[in-house]
Each structure stands twice: as structure tokens, then as C-alpha cells.
Design a protein around this ligand. Structure first.
Ligand code: AMP
Length: 421
């Protein structure tokens, strides 16, 4: 039989790493939950048309989508990002605005897989629909900033830009097209191709041959309408007021076509430049209408779970949570005592594991050590006959004691087996 493996660009997350993963999402939920955001869960697949609305010139839609026909002949796709589904849900359910939601889950892109770039990757994110206020942009950016701080990350750089209103963006795109076209064939073929579909996206090119032409390109800032410029100034003022350092990055356009006005990205400086974007977002004021809803402004961000954890590793922060079992039950008398004891301890709210298959004392004690539990609760034939349980500390030293069977829970709770976090 050929060896079966996870598909290219996907990974299994096993314990204990999965505990860290879950804590990551837990910290995020706490930070944004405390700011009034509720969780929204949308399907992992949607009708293909939902994603087409986010932009025909977006590579994640044109080239990288996992699209397929279902058994009913419908064109569907696995979601390549989170915003489209959330906006589709908003249009479908019309909740009261401002609608402040957060989400987490996997996205799918047929990318060239490498470290920090996967075909299935998780994100956490928030969206606010129905608020035009520049201070809402500040809140959204500040929450990402606060989340990074909660993880312990220190080397994150915030880049911000404004893409202007739809009209500004159009005029800028025309100026960029003229600029790049003036170089004829000097632009790489890939960028010439991008130029035909969306001149802004040429600015995203990381190809060295494109660099000089990108550096000489006109800047978005010179094309902002008075209203867009004013909006941007208020956002920057708000960031300053909150003490959040930022760099204005006039060539930051980001991947998706629907961004308008405020756009931002977070770069983890502890990671290699090619893979250091740990998150980003911006305003997408036209998207709700594009999906068939009423004109409604929107803003949000998505942060890559995998890549942010790589950044945590690089900075040596947000390590694996400590094992937190209170007790491990070792029973060499057949297992019936372990069954009852484990059930009682768990019912009392303690975190308890046990051995199976009536293994030897040595083997069960090994398992107890490996489990990271605070104490082993040991029942051999002597203890069974005497109606006692031996409590042996596994962490932090101390002597073992024999405790009457009926007092075990009290003893475990009283001696503070429950680790203080
Ligand atoms: P995007 O939706 O492209 O704006 O991406 C937002 C964040 O998701 C990025 O900053 C990355 O951290 C993460 N991300 C995007 N694509 C991938 C991928 N293929 N593999 C891992 N993380 C990704």
C-alpha cells in the first residue's frame, strides 16, 4: 500500500501544539469579545459567485481557488479568505449596524507551498459593517495591535496607507497604468499581465526586475480626494493618540480589489521578509453593494494563525501551555477502582487521566510522568485491601502519602494539586 500523507501545503496539528493553537484563538476571542465583537461562523464553502464579487483581478480568485461542481451541478468553492462569506451573511440576514463580528477558521488557496505559506491555513479576523467613522478604523487596527501585545509579540510593525475613494483609486490606477506602460517591455511578463487587469497590483510585485519602475511610480497619496485625505488624517491622529506606532507605506495596496481608503498590514520583523506579513486589512466600502446589499461601509482584518505562531517562535513568546492535569490514576488491580476514582474526581471538577489495559506499575507510572499531572493516585493490591490510595507528587517534590479512599478528592483539592495558572 502506498503511504498516505496529508496533501501538499496542509499540515496536521497534533497535541500538544494544538493546545497552543486553541489558546491563540481563545486570547483573540477575549481581546475582541471585550470590545463588543460577537463570533460569526459562516460556511467553509460558498457559491463560486460569492468569491467572484471580491474581485476578478485577485489572484486568490482567478488562479488559486479550490472551486468545483457539486453533485447537484452547482459551482462552489472553498473559501480563500474570510470577508466574502461574512459580507454575504450580512446581506442575507441584514443585522442591525454597526455589525461587529469576529471569526476563525481555515481558508484554502492553491499556492506554492513553503514555510509560512500553505494551501490550507487558518486565520482569525474581525469585520465591522455599517460604520464610516475613521475612529472605527482606529479601533480595528488597535485591536490587532492589542492582540499581538497579548501574545507577547514585540517586533510587529504596522504599515498604513489610504487607497482613497473609488474615484481616487480609479484615477490613481490610470496614472499607474500610464507610468508602467511607458516602460514598454521592461516590466516582467507577469507584471505586464497584472497590469492589464489591475495596475495597482503591479505594486505588489516582489520581482527585483520590477523594483526600479515600482520605485518611480506615482504615489496614491497624491491622488486622494479632500474627504479621503481628511479621513486618513483622523485615522493617523487616532493611532497617535493611542500610542500605536505606525509607518505610512504609500505603496501598500494589499491583495484584494475591494479595498478603499484605510488599508494596513502587520509585518513581523523576526521573520524573513518574504513571509513576514502576519496580518492585514482595510476598508472595503463597496463590497456590500457588490453582494447585492444596501450601500454599507465595511472594515476588517485577518491575521494568519500559522504565520503569527511562527513569529511567536521567532521571538520566543507564547510557548506551549503547561500541562494542566491535576491527577493521573494508576491502578494495577484490574482497573475498576481507576474507573470509579476517575469518574468521581472528574465529577468534582478535577482534570484527571488514567492508564488502561492493566499495564505494569512501571509502565503506568511512566505514563503518569509523561502526562504532566501534579500527582499520581496509585492503587495496588495492598491499597485495595486497605481501602487507601497512595498520593505521589509528580511535580515539585514532596513525599507520598496513603490516604483513605473516601478522602482522596478532599486531599487532592486541599493539597493544591490544582495548579495555579
Ligand atoms: P490576506 O487574506 O491575503 O490579506 O492574508 C492575511 C494574512 O493571512 C496574511 O498576513 C498571512 O498571515 C495569512 N496568510 C495568507 N495566505 C496564507 C497562506 N497561503 N499560508 C499561510 N498564511 C497565509
Amino acid at each position: 500500500m502506498p503511504e498516505l500523507k496529508a496533501p501538499i501545503g496542509t499540515r496536521d496539528v497534533l497535541p500538544p501544539d494544538s493546545a497552543r493553537w486553541r489558546r491563540f484563538v481563545g486570547v483573540f476571542a477575549e481581546v475582541v469579545g471585550a470590545a463588543g465583537y460577537g463570533q460569526v461562523v459562516t460556511p467553509i464553502f460558498e457559491e463560486l459567485a460569492v468569491f467572484h464579487r471580491i474581485g476578478e483581478a485577485t489572484e486568490i480568485v482567478t488562479k488559486e481557488m479550490y472551486d468545483f461542481e457539486d453533485k447537484g451541478g452547482r459551482r462552489m468553492a472553498l473559501r480563500p479568505e474570510g470577508t466574502a462569506g461574512v459580507v454575504r451573511a450580512f446581506v442575507e440576514h441584514r443585522p442591525a449596524t454597526p455589525w461587529k463580528v469576529w471569526y476563525t477558521g481555515p481558508n484554502f488557496r492553491y499556492e506554492k507551498a513553503q514555510k509560512g505559506r500553505y494551501r490550507q491555513f487558518d486565520q482569525v479576523g474581525i469585520e465591522v459593517l455599517g460604520a464610516d467613522d475613521p475612529y472605527c478604523d482606529v479601533e480595528v487596527i488597535a485591536l490587532a495591535w492589542q492582540f499581538y501585545a497579548a501574545l507577547g509579540l514585540r517586533q510587529v510593525r504596522l504599515l498604513v496607507n489610504s487607497l482613497g475613494d473609488a474615484g481616487d483609486r480609479g484615477r490613481y490606477a490610470a496614472a499607474l497604468a500610464e507610468h508602467f506602460e511607458s516602460y514598454g517591455d521592461a516590466l516582467t511578463p507577469e507584471s505586464r499581465h497584472t497590469l492589464q487587469r489591475n495596475p495597482l497590483r503591479v505594486l505588489d510585485s516582489k520581482r527585483p526586475d520590477d523594483r526600479p519602475m515600482i520605485e518611480a511610480a506615482p504615489l496614491m497619496g497624491d491622488f486622494l480626494s479632500a474627504a479621503a485625505a481628511e479621513h486618513f488624517e483622523v485615522v493617523l491622529g487616532g493611532l497617535r493618540a493611542l500610542g500605536i506606532p505606525f509607518t505610512v507605506a504609500p505603496r501598500l495596496v494589499r491583495g484584494l480589489d475591494y479595498y478603499r481608503r484605510t488599508t494596513f498590514e502587520f509585518a513581523a520583523e523576526a521573520l524573513d521578509a518574504a513571509q513576514n506579513a502576519v496580518g492585514g486589512g482595510g476598508r472595503y466600502d463597496g463590497l456590500v453593494e457588490e453582494m447585492g446589499g444596501p450601500a454599507t461601509p465595511g472594515i476588517g482584518f485577518a491575521l494568519g494563525v500559522d504565520r503569527t505562531l511562527l513569529a511567536c517562535d521567532a521571538e520566543g513568546v507564547f510557548g506551549l501551555p503547561a500541562a494542566d492535569l491535576d491527577a493521573f490514576v494508576v491502578d494495577t488491580t484490574g482497573g475498576a477502582t481507576a474507573l470509579a476514582l476517575t469518574a468521581e474526581l472528574r465529577a468534582a471538577g478535577l482534570r484527571v487521566d488514567r492508564a488502561f489495559d492493566n499495564r505494569s506499575m512501571k509502565s503506568q507510572m511512566k505514563a503518569a510522568d509523561r502526562s504532566g499531572a501534579a500527582v499520581a493516585l496509585i492503587v495496588g493490591s495492598d491499597e485495595l485491601a486497605a481501602g487507601t490510595v497512595v498520593v505521589r507528587p509528580l511535580r515539585g517534590g514532596g513525599d507520598q502519602v496513603a490516604v483513605p479512599r473516601d478522602h482522596v478528592i478532599d486531599h487532592v483539592v486541599r493539597t493544591g494539586a490544582t495548579p495555579t495558572p
